[in-house]
Design a protein around this ligand. Structure first.
Ligand code: SAH
Length: 578
């Protein structure tokens, strides 16, 4: 139970807000605050005090006992701006509560416990199911104690701090009963101070006759896993042949197990070598094996060969299954960081950064997000120009089974790292792309609505592209009356390209055509202006800038650059709706 205490009208309103959001978890303590804090302290696991920290500290001081049993206390100020974890950060769960309260009330959580402030992860935030003494082992990780990592097989896990490791890899002596993190799909009897992480390593192949009941299939899968000593929490997929994609029993079994159903063609399955082929499925669906072949088709180790279901009524079995452990595949996330501002970094990008064990990127981009990385993340940063090397490094690390994040500003696929990396990558790693807000889009939002109709981006860097090619593309955009955003517009050693490109556009557009110039979009020294083709001074443009040139219909309206959605202004309103 969380006790809520307030002294002022504003505090009472805030307390009420929390109480109605969490009716089951909270109790409001009324009356004089000293008395209310005293009662709540004795009765609750946690307290939220809508009081100044000073007042709260004075009220708590005589009550404090020891950190293992005292409630966790969070303090929220009058203005509801901060949720301060005051005492019991770890043991009392005040750090987590400060975050939750902050999220709910729009207040900034303030956490001063060293390990938390450094972002050491709780084991339940790794994105993998975890069981056992999660609180105890997480605390050991947080406190910097030696924690053993027992890997049954390699898996691309997020970074863990350096006090977690295999005994040999770790420095110093190992205490007798040190905490252990097991990474396995096997059922284990675990003792105190142990947890098991369950990576999704198991695939169950299922074959079934038409009309096979869900219960029969579910019973079979559970029995097969149990008898082999395997945990259903490590189940990644149910797999079968295409012809059974809509078989209700299989579909419902997968649903009930909470995993996707993946199917393969009979031809693909027929090509897989299996220990127990048979004639029945060959006649029915065109492959001598469904369960074993589907489980093995993407490789792995057969842990449970084909096994038939058992029926209480003694009738013939209607289902078969086989269990395979797939090797952990390395993971390469290609992550766009957006143009610079933290709130233009997508939540998905943030999650990928936090689940990486290795981060690869240009040093200046790494600086942009360094605070988001988990302690223990290996950072491989390099300077400008080392693109090929970065791409190779990222792919090589993923091939070793690591969870790699390769970062780029804006979108990592736009004039950035995605293509060199994917040119290196083979199909033995998983590749995940996370889109980012590009410089062109960030600039457009600042300028107004310059991209309301067809538009292109053209890079004026002739480092990797011959100028003739660039010029041909600028000319084509000019002739086709397309809005153009110039990337890499001008550097100290490359100053004639922008005037030349603008001149080509000027052959087809009026000198009064609006041009938007945005420097350092979304960064602290952002600047933007709307000018015209004739008035733009190229000398004011540098490499931190994008330049967007309107088409013949683009107008400057109230200082903003607006391109109509239709070709002409009159038509645009009538013909198109949102
Ligand atoms: N992947 C990036 C582009 C990288 S190319 C994206 O999707 O946006 C580098 C060029 O992008 C720079 O020369 C500049 O023209 C532009 N750029 C990147 N970030 C910018 C920003 N915040 N403001 C203005 N231009 C930016």
């Amino acid at each position: 139970m969380i006790g809520l205490i307030s002294a002022t009208a504003a505090g009472a309103v805030a307390a009420q807000r929390l109480a109605s959001a969490w009716p089951e978890r909270t109790r409001v303590y009324e009356g004089p605050v000293r008395d209310a804090v005293g009662r709540a302290f004795g009765e609750c696991e946690q307290l939220v005090c809508f009081l100044a920290t000073g007042a709260t500290v004075r009220l708590l001081a005589p009550l404090l006992g020891d950190k293992a049993s005292d409630p966790g206390v969070v303090c929220v100020d009058e203005g509801g701006r901060f949720a301060v974890s005051l005492v019991g950060g770890h043991g009392g769960g005040a750090n987590e509560l400060a975050r939750e309260v902050g999220e709910l009330m729009g207040a900034e959580p303030v956490v001063t416990t060293a390990t938390d402030a450094m972002g050491v992860p709780g084991l339940d935030t790794l994105g993998v199911p975890v069981e056992g003494d999660v609180a105890g082992v997480s605390r050991a990780v947080l406190d910097g104690e030696a924690v053993e990592l027992d890997l049954e097989f390699s898996w691309p896990l997020p970074a863990l701090p350096s006090n977690v490791g295999r005994p040999a890899a770790r420095q110093g002596s190992v205490p007798q009963q040190e905490p252990v993190i097991h990474v396995t799909d096997r059922l284990l009897d675990i003792g105190q101070a142990q947890v098991v992480l369950r990576p999704p390593s198991l695939v169950v192949g299922v074959g079934a006759s038409k009309g096979a009941p869900t219960d029969e299939i579910l019973g079979l899968v559970h029995a097969a896993l149990r008898d082999a000593g395997l945990s259903p929490k490590s189940l990644a997929e149910i797999v079968t042949v295409d012809a059974k994609a809509d078989e209700p029993g299989i579909v419902q079994a997968a649903e009930s197990l909470g995993v996707p159903l993946v199917t393969y063609s009979a031809d693909e399955l027929a090509a897989v070598e299996v220990p127990n082929p048979s004639d029945a499925p060959l006649a029915a669906v065109g492959t001598p094996s469904v369960a074993e072949a589907a489980a093995l088709v993407r490789g792995g180790e057969l842990l449970v060969p084909k096994r038939k279901s058992e029926r209480a009524d003694g009738k013939a079995a209607m289902a078969t299954c086989a269990v395979v452990r797939r090797p952990g595949r390395g993971r390469l996330a290609v992550v766009g960081l957006g143009p610079g501002a933290r709130d233009l970094l997508t939540p998905r990008a943030k999650a990928e950064l936090r689940s990486a064990s290795v981060l690869v990127g240009l040093d200046q981009y790494v600086d942009q997000i360094r605070d988001l990385l988990r302690p223990g993340t290996r950072v491989l940063e390099s300077g400008l120009g080392a693109e090929e090397e970065r791409a190779r490094t990222a792919v090589a690390e993923a091939r070793k089974g690591q969870a790699v994040a390769l970062i780029g500003s804006g979108d990592a696929g736009v004039y950035a790292m995605a293509s060199p990396a994917l040119a290196e990558a083979s199909d033995d790693i998983d590749v995940i792309g996370v889109p980012g807000v590009t410089a062109a889009l960030a600039a457009a939002a600042i300028l107004g609505a310059p991209l309301g109709h067809d538009h292109v981006s053209i890079s004026l860097s002739d480092l990797h592209t011959p100028w003739e090619v660039i010029e041909r593309r600028v000319r084509a955009a000019a002739e086709a009356d397309i809005v153009v955003t110039f990337y890499n517009p001008r550097s100290r050693g490359r100053d004639w390209q922008l005037p030349k490109a603008l001149a080509i556009l000027g052959e087809h557009r009026e000198p009064t055509t609006p041009v938007g110039v945005v420097r350092q979009a979304s960064r602290p020294d952002e600047s933007a202006r709307v000018t015209t083709l004739a008035a733009l001074d190229p000398a004011t443009v540098d490499m931190m800038t994008v330049v967007t040139v309107g088409n013949t219909a683009t107008r400057e309206i109230a200082g903003r650059m607006v391109t109509p959605r239709g070709y002409r202004w009159q038509e645009s309103a009538q013909e198109e709706s949102e």
